[in-house]
Design a protein around this ligand. Sequence first.
Ligand code: THU
Length: 276
Amino acid sequence: MQPRISLVTLGVADLARAKAFYQALGWNLSGASQPEVAFFQANGLALALYGRSALAEEAGVDDAATGFAAISIAQNLRSEAEVDEVYASALAAGAKPLKSPRATTWGGYSGYFADPDGHLWEVAWNPFFPLDEAGNLHLPQQAEPLEALFNAANEARARAYARYSQFTVGAAVLSSDGRIYAGCNVENAAYPAGTCAEAGAIAAMIAAGESRIAAVLVTGDGPELVTPCGACRQRIREFASPETPIHIADLSGVRRSFRLDELLPFSFGPENLGAP
Ligand code: THU
Protein backbone atom coordinates (compact mmCIF):
# COMPACT_ATOMS: atom_id res chain seq x y z
CA MET A 1 0.00 0.00 0.00
CA GLN A 2 1.39 3.35 -0.98
CA PRO A 3 1.79 5.54 2.14
CA ARG A 4 -0.74 8.18 1.27
CA ILE A 5 -3.68 9.82 3.04
CA SER A 6 -6.31 11.23 0.66
CA LEU A 7 -9.39 11.95 2.75
CA VAL A 8 -10.21 12.15 6.42
CA THR A 9 -13.96 11.68 6.86
CA LEU A 10 -15.59 12.69 10.10
CA GLY A 11 -19.00 11.27 10.99
CA VAL A 12 -21.10 14.12 12.36
CA ALA A 13 -24.45 14.29 14.16
CA ASP A 14 -25.54 17.53 12.51
CA LEU A 15 -23.96 18.31 9.13
CA ALA A 16 -24.99 21.99 9.11
CA ARG A 17 -23.44 22.53 12.54
CA ALA A 18 -20.23 20.75 11.59
CA LYS A 19 -19.97 22.66 8.30
CA ALA A 20 -20.47 25.97 10.11
CA PHE A 21 -17.76 25.04 12.61
CA TYR A 22 -15.08 24.27 10.01
CA GLN A 23 -16.06 27.32 7.97
CA ALA A 24 -15.70 29.45 11.09
CA LEU A 25 -12.16 28.06 11.39
CA GLY A 26 -11.46 29.50 7.97
CA TRP A 27 -11.74 26.29 5.94
CA ASN A 28 -13.30 26.81 2.49
CA LEU A 29 -16.27 24.65 1.65
CA SER A 30 -15.47 22.99 -1.69
CA GLY A 31 -17.80 23.30 -4.67
CA ALA A 32 -17.52 19.51 -4.84
CA SER A 33 -19.69 19.30 -1.72
CA GLN A 34 -23.14 17.75 -1.97
CA PRO A 35 -26.19 18.11 0.27
CA GLU A 36 -25.19 15.07 2.33
CA VAL A 37 -21.42 15.46 2.32
CA ALA A 38 -19.15 18.47 2.74
CA PHE A 39 -15.58 18.60 1.45
CA PHE A 40 -12.77 20.95 2.38
CA GLN A 41 -9.52 21.02 0.41
CA ALA A 42 -6.53 20.77 2.72
CA ASN A 43 -2.83 20.36 1.93
CA GLY A 44 -2.78 17.51 -0.54
CA LEU A 45 -5.75 15.80 1.06
CA ALA A 46 -9.37 16.61 1.82
CA LEU A 47 -11.47 16.70 4.96
CA ALA A 48 -14.99 15.30 4.51
CA LEU A 49 -17.97 15.71 6.84
CA TYR A 50 -20.64 13.07 6.53
CA GLY A 51 -23.59 12.07 8.69
CA ARG A 52 -22.32 9.62 11.28
CA SER A 53 -25.17 7.12 10.81
CA ALA A 54 -24.65 7.26 7.03
CA LEU A 55 -20.92 6.72 7.53
CA ALA A 56 -21.54 3.82 9.89
CA GLU A 57 -23.96 2.25 7.42
CA GLU A 58 -21.59 2.72 4.51
CA ALA A 59 -18.77 1.06 6.42
CA GLY A 60 -21.08 -1.65 7.67
CA VAL A 61 -20.55 -0.95 11.35
CA ASP A 62 -22.82 -0.20 14.26
CA ASP A 63 -23.52 3.47 14.95
CA ALA A 64 -23.38 2.90 18.69
CA ALA A 65 -22.58 5.87 20.88
CA THR A 66 -18.85 5.85 21.35
CA GLY A 67 -16.72 7.15 24.15
CA PHE A 68 -13.17 7.97 23.27
CA ALA A 69 -12.68 7.27 19.57
CA ALA A 70 -8.91 6.89 20.10
CA ILE A 71 -7.93 8.94 17.09
CA SER A 72 -6.81 12.52 16.83
CA ILE A 73 -6.17 14.73 13.85
CA ALA A 74 -3.29 17.16 14.15
CA GLN A 75 -2.69 20.45 12.48
CA ASN A 76 0.94 21.47 12.78
CA LEU A 77 1.62 25.18 12.74
CA ARG A 78 4.65 27.33 12.19
CA SER A 79 5.06 28.85 15.63
CA GLU A 80 3.76 28.82 19.19
CA ALA A 81 1.91 32.08 18.49
CA GLU A 82 0.12 30.44 15.57
CA VAL A 83 -0.91 27.53 17.81
CA ASP A 84 -2.41 30.00 20.30
CA GLU A 85 -4.20 31.82 17.48
CA VAL A 86 -5.74 28.70 15.93
CA TYR A 87 -6.71 27.35 19.35
CA ALA A 88 -8.45 30.63 20.22
CA SER A 89 -10.28 30.75 16.89
CA ALA A 90 -11.45 27.15 17.37
CA LEU A 91 -12.89 28.01 20.78
CA ALA A 92 -14.51 31.11 19.28
CA ALA A 93 -16.08 28.85 16.62
CA GLY A 94 -17.57 26.62 19.32
CA ALA A 95 -14.89 23.99 19.90
CA LYS A 96 -14.66 22.39 23.31
CA PRO A 97 -11.37 23.25 25.02
CA LEU A 98 -9.55 20.12 26.15
CA LYS A 99 -5.98 21.20 26.80
CA SER A 100 -4.84 24.77 26.38
CA PRO A 101 -1.64 25.05 24.33
CA ARG A 102 1.50 24.51 26.37
CA ALA A 103 5.09 23.31 26.12
CA THR A 104 5.29 19.54 25.61
CA THR A 105 7.76 17.03 26.96
CA TRP A 106 8.97 16.35 23.39
CA GLY A 107 10.20 19.93 22.95
CA GLY A 108 7.22 21.37 21.07
CA TYR A 109 4.06 23.22 21.96
CA SER A 110 0.55 21.84 21.60
CA GLY A 111 -3.08 21.99 22.64
CA TYR A 112 -6.21 19.91 22.08
CA PHE A 113 -9.80 20.82 21.35
CA ALA A 114 -12.82 18.84 20.22
CA ASP A 115 -15.09 19.77 17.32
CA PRO A 116 -18.88 19.87 17.92
CA ASP A 117 -19.04 16.08 17.41
CA GLY A 118 -16.22 15.40 19.84
CA HIS A 119 -13.52 14.69 17.24
CA LEU A 120 -10.13 15.35 18.74
CA TRP A 121 -7.91 17.93 17.11
CA GLU A 122 -4.38 18.69 18.17
CA VAL A 123 -2.84 22.01 17.19
CA ALA A 124 0.90 21.81 17.52
CA TRP A 125 4.21 23.42 16.80
CA ASN A 126 6.91 20.81 16.35
CA PRO A 127 10.36 22.26 15.79
CA PHE A 128 11.62 18.84 14.66
CA PHE A 129 9.11 18.27 11.83
CA PRO A 130 9.52 21.01 9.22
CA LEU A 131 6.56 22.22 7.16
CA ASP A 132 7.12 23.28 3.58
CA GLU A 133 5.57 26.35 1.92
CA ALA A 134 2.40 24.38 1.11
CA GLY A 135 2.12 23.32 4.73
CA ASN A 136 3.03 19.69 4.10
CA LEU A 137 4.88 18.00 6.90
CA HIS A 138 8.26 16.40 6.27
CA LEU A 139 9.55 13.89 8.77
CA PRO A 140 13.28 14.31 9.30
CA GLN A 141 15.65 11.53 8.23
CA GLN A 142 16.33 10.79 11.85
CA ALA A 143 15.32 12.01 15.27
CA GLU A 144 17.22 15.08 16.32
CA PRO A 145 19.94 14.08 18.77
CA LEU A 146 18.91 16.68 21.30
CA GLU A 147 20.71 15.05 24.18
CA ALA A 148 23.96 14.76 22.22
CA LEU A 149 23.68 18.43 21.19
CA PHE A 150 23.09 19.44 24.79
CA ASN A 151 26.03 17.38 26.06
CA ALA A 152 28.37 18.75 23.39
CA ALA A 153 27.34 22.34 24.12
CA ASN A 154 27.65 21.80 27.85
CA GLU A 155 31.12 20.27 27.58
CA ALA A 156 32.25 23.22 25.47
CA ARG A 157 30.70 25.64 27.95
CA ALA A 158 32.76 24.11 30.75
CA ARG A 159 35.86 25.13 28.77
CA ALA A 160 34.66 28.67 27.92
CA TYR A 161 37.16 31.48 28.39
CA ALA A 162 34.89 34.12 29.95
CA ARG A 163 37.47 35.85 32.09
CA TYR A 164 35.81 39.28 31.83
CA SER A 165 32.06 38.62 31.86
CA GLN A 166 32.20 35.38 33.88
CA PHE A 167 29.29 34.40 31.64
CA THR A 168 30.07 31.03 30.11
CA VAL A 169 28.17 29.93 27.04
CA GLY A 170 28.30 26.72 25.02
CA ALA A 171 26.83 26.12 21.58
CA ALA A 172 26.46 23.06 19.40
CA VAL A 173 25.39 22.91 15.77
CA LEU A 174 24.05 19.82 14.08
CA SER A 175 25.14 19.66 10.45
CA SER A 176 22.96 18.34 7.68
CA ASP A 177 25.21 15.25 7.68
CA GLY A 178 24.29 14.61 11.30
CA ARG A 179 27.60 15.63 12.84
CA ILE A 180 27.84 17.87 15.87
CA TYR A 181 30.27 20.77 16.24
CA ALA A 182 30.61 22.66 19.50
CA GLY A 183 32.02 25.99 20.56
CA CYS A 184 32.33 28.23 23.60
CA ASN A 185 32.75 31.94 24.11
CA VAL A 186 36.33 33.18 24.09
CA GLU A 187 36.94 36.63 25.51
CA ASN A 188 40.02 38.78 25.67
CA ALA A 189 41.16 41.98 27.34
CA ALA A 190 40.01 44.09 24.40
CA TYR A 191 36.38 43.20 25.16
CA PRO A 192 34.67 43.66 21.80
CA ALA A 193 37.18 41.37 20.11
CA GLY A 194 35.81 38.33 21.95
CA THR A 195 33.83 35.67 20.11
CA CYS A 196 30.54 34.00 20.97
CA ALA A 197 30.02 30.29 21.44
CA GLU A 198 27.89 30.08 18.29
CA ALA A 199 30.67 31.63 16.20
CA GLY A 200 33.08 29.00 17.50
CA ALA A 201 30.71 26.12 16.73
CA ILE A 202 30.05 27.42 13.22
CA ALA A 203 33.75 27.90 12.57
CA ALA A 204 34.40 24.29 13.62
CA MET A 205 31.69 23.09 11.21
CA ILE A 206 33.11 25.08 8.32
CA ALA A 207 36.66 23.98 9.09
CA ALA A 208 35.46 20.36 8.95
CA GLY A 209 34.13 20.96 5.43
CA GLU A 210 30.40 21.15 6.15
CA SER A 211 28.14 24.10 5.49
CA ARG A 212 24.50 23.33 6.34
CA ILE A 213 23.09 23.69 9.84
CA ALA A 214 20.13 21.43 10.74
CA ALA A 215 19.79 22.54 14.37
CA VAL A 216 21.47 24.72 16.96
CA LEU A 217 21.58 24.45 20.74
CA VAL A 218 22.88 27.19 23.01
CA THR A 219 23.37 26.72 26.73
CA GLY A 220 24.19 29.15 29.50
CA ASP A 221 23.28 29.82 33.11
CA GLY A 222 20.85 32.32 34.60
CA PRO A 223 17.15 33.10 34.76
CA GLU A 224 16.96 34.64 31.28
CA LEU A 225 16.97 32.56 28.11
CA VAL A 226 20.46 32.62 26.60
CA THR A 227 19.37 33.31 23.04
CA PRO A 228 21.97 34.05 20.36
CA CYS A 229 23.02 37.68 20.11
CA GLY A 230 22.02 39.64 17.01
CA ALA A 231 25.29 39.03 15.20
CA CYS A 232 25.12 35.28 15.87
CA ARG A 233 21.57 35.10 14.54
CA GLN A 234 23.00 36.42 11.28
CA ARG A 235 25.90 33.94 11.44
CA ILE A 236 23.45 31.07 11.84
CA ARG A 237 21.26 32.52 9.07
CA GLU A 238 24.05 32.12 6.55
CA PHE A 239 24.04 28.33 6.88
CA ALA A 240 20.52 27.48 8.08
CA SER A 241 16.92 27.63 6.85
CA PRO A 242 14.06 29.78 8.17
CA GLU A 243 12.63 26.75 9.97
CA THR A 244 15.90 25.53 11.52
CA PRO A 245 15.29 24.90 15.22
CA ILE A 246 17.33 26.84 17.76
CA HIS A 247 17.13 25.27 21.19
CA ILE A 248 17.90 27.37 24.24
CA ALA A 249 19.07 25.46 27.28
CA ASP A 250 20.21 26.21 30.78
CA LEU A 251 22.48 23.90 32.74
CA SER A 252 19.80 21.27 33.19
CA GLY A 253 18.33 21.08 29.71
CA VAL A 254 16.34 22.72 26.93
CA ARG A 255 14.01 25.47 28.14
CA ARG A 256 12.62 26.69 24.86
CA SER A 257 12.92 26.11 21.15
CA PHE A 258 12.58 28.67 18.38
CA ARG A 259 12.73 28.64 14.62
CA LEU A 260 15.45 30.77 13.12
CA ASP A 261 12.90 33.03 11.41
CA GLU A 262 11.28 33.74 14.77
CA LEU A 263 14.58 35.07 16.07
CA LEU A 264 15.52 36.77 12.81
CA PRO A 265 12.42 37.61 10.77
CA PHE A 266 12.63 39.19 7.30
CA SER A 267 16.33 38.49 7.28
CA PHE A 268 19.00 39.41 4.79
CA GLY A 269 20.94 36.49 3.36
CA PRO A 270 23.02 35.09 0.53
CA GLU A 271 19.99 35.21 -1.83
CA ASN A 272 19.96 39.00 -1.56
CA LEU A 273 23.36 38.96 -3.20
CA GLY A 274 22.21 36.63 -5.91
CA ALA A 275 23.84 33.55 -4.40
CA PRO A 276 21.98 30.23 -4.69
N1 THU B 1 27.61 35.06 24.49
C1 THU B 1 27.65 33.95 23.69
O1 THU B 1 28.71 33.32 23.55
N2 THU B 1 26.53 33.54 23.06
C2 THU B 1 25.30 34.09 23.27
O2 THU B 1 24.32 33.57 22.74
C3 THU B 1 25.14 35.27 24.14
C4 THU B 1 26.42 35.87 24.64
C5 THU B 1 28.84 35.44 25.21
C6 THU B 1 29.58 36.60 24.63
C7 THU B 1 30.35 37.10 25.84
O3 THU B 1 31.55 36.37 25.96
C8 THU B 1 29.46 36.75 27.01
O4 THU B 1 28.52 35.79 26.53
C9 THU B 1 28.73 37.96 27.60
O5 THU B 1 28.10 38.69 26.60
